[in-house]
Ligand binder design. Structure first.
Ligand SMILES: CC(C)(COP(=O)(O)OP(=O)(O)OC[C@H]1O[C@@H](n2cnc3c(N)ncnc32)[C@H](O)[C@@H]1OP(=O)(O)O)[C@@H](O)C(=O)NCCC(=O)NCCS
Length: 163
């Protein structure tokens, strides 16, 4: 995983236009140019360690997906904007989720993670539940999850072959 650069604008834009994949994500409008502007602003937040937006790549630097960490609160970070290309290797989802938690819990020092998943996005809800995350709240459109570092430590043992 590496942080996004201005040159990734087209990749991000194309990924966010894929209607089959973005049904449960917020709509990104505009152009490749406005995506570049967004990245330039994001890079300022990255410098201040307020947000991290990653391109998920294969070892051969083939772009496989995107994932973002944001809304850093006292002891908890949020992650989302998670999007993986069709036909990416099967382990891409597990590997990228593990990398997010490794970075959030150990490099950044958070104790918890929070994120929301839209109702109906059942595959993703199941993914997080298998990882050990818990639904702590809901509204009409989404479920709110929490995942604690101590629970991650159990999960990590189970998935250590992916690390
Ligand atoms: C969210 C997203 C990145 C997850 O990636 P994914 O590849 O669909 O993830 P999957 O749950 O299918 O997991 C990949 C594989 O690992 C397996 N797997 C996942 N969790 C596992 C676990 N805990 N233990 C064992 N295997 C597991 C899955 O079974 C799957 O293998 P399969 O294809 O043989 O069934 C992807 O679905 C996506 O881009 N979705 C659209 C955008 C979106 O909704 N983002 C989330 C917003 S909250």
């Amino acid at each position: 995983m590496r942080t996004v650069e201005l040159e990734d604008a087209e990749f991000i834009f194309t990924m966010r236009q894929d209607e089959r994949k973005t049904k449960f994500l917020s709509k990104v409008s505009g152009t490749v140019e406005s995506q570049k502007e967004w990245i330039a602003n994001y890079k300022k937040r990255e410098n201040q360690k307020k947000e991290f937006y990653f391109v998920i790549e294969s070892k051969e630097s083939q772009k496989l997906g995107l994932v973002r960490m944001y809304d850093f609160q006292n002891d908890s970070f949020c992650w989302g904007s998670w999007l993986i290309k069709e036909h990416a290797p099967k382990s891409t989802a597990i590997e990228s989720a593990l990398q997010i938690y490794e970075f959030g819990f150990y490099a950044l020092g958070f104790e918890k993670s929070h994120f929301d998943v839209r109702k109906g996005n059942d595959k993703v809800i199941g993914f997080h539940q298998r990882f050990g995350a818990k639904i702590v709240n809901k509204n009409d459109v989404e479920y709110f999850f929490n995942f604690e570092k101590k629970d991650y430590e159990v999960t990590k043992e189970k998935y250590k072959r992916y690390l």
